[in-house]
Design a protein around this ligand. Structure first.
Ligand SMILES: [Zn+2]
Length: 61
């Protein structure tokens, strides 16, 4: 976050960093909501959804 603020305003990379940060935050929020709903329905579904979310995160890391 601090690195983004250190980039000069108008720098082309700054806009990309901010969009990436916002997109990643929304992505992680939705992932958390999906896991929470899974656990609200049942423990076994929550565990299955957690594993599914972990596996879909692996290629992006
Ligand atoms: Zn995800």
């Amino acid at each position: 976050m601090v690195m983004i603020l250190m980039l000069p305003i108008g720098c082309a990379s700054r806009g990309l960093y901010i969009k990436n940060l916002i997109g990643d935050a929304i992505h992680n929020l939705i992932d958390g909501m999906i896991v929470a709903v899974g656990f609200l329905i049942s423990i076994s579904l929550g565990l299955a959804v957690t594993v599914a979310v972990l596996f879909h995160e692996l290629p992006s890391r």
